[in-house]
Write a protein that binds this ligand. Structure first.
Ligand code: SF4
Ligand code: SF4
Length: 156
């Protein structure tokens, strides 16, 4: 049996520069995989009752979703690549991109991989546990039935 050919180890992937290592005229986006074009997030009403937490459980049951809390606001995040993102991570409609994209800057973007949130929920079970710790029990036990009383009979 022939010996398997040994393959040389792959070189490590190139390290992306830190923000303070950018050369003049360079943009962070030149070194990024278009991370901000691979999801969207939208604020949610702050949940207060079981119905609200049920809605969040439902969002998370769909996969590729996350709910997080940042500065007391709840958000739903959906991981999904924008259809205009090109294989080389550039925007196919750069000059006509939507306003939200035009207003987004590298100043506070997610280039650095250092996201931090006050709370993060990634699975429906986490939401159930969180709600159960905060709220009264979901299903109240049925109220005990009153004993049936016999009718009062008056004897003439
Ligand atoms: S704005 Fe930030 S996250 Fe978006 S492509 Fe540029 S560097 Fe990447
Ligand atoms: S339209 Fe362009 S800039 Fe906006 S999310 Fe899509 S690829 Fe990114």
């Amino acid at each position: 049996m022939p010996r398997p050919k040994s393959t040389p180890p792959l070189p490590p992937p190139p390290r992306k520069p830190r923000r303070d290592e950018l050369k003049p005229g360079e943009s962070l986006c030149d070194h990024c995989t278009g991370k901000c074009c691979r999801y969207f997030s939208t604020p949610l009403e702050t949940p207060t009752g079981w119905d609200d937490y049920d809605a969040i459980r439902w969002y998370l049951a769909h996969g590729r979703t996350m709910v997080y809390v940042h500065e007391e606001t709840w958000y739903l995040l959906v991981s999904s690549d924008c259809q205009y993102l090109l294989p080389d991570h550039r925007c196919a409609i750069y000059h006509d991109r939507p306003k939200i994209c035009r207003e987004y800057t590298t100043k506070d973007c997610e280039y650095d991989d250092d996201w931090s949130f006050d709370k993060v929920f990634e699975a429906p079970e986490q939401v159930w546990e969180y709600a159960a710790a905060l709220l009264p029990p979901r299903r109240k036990p049925p109220a005990p039935r009153k004993p049936e009383l016999l009718p009062i009979v008056t004897i003439p």
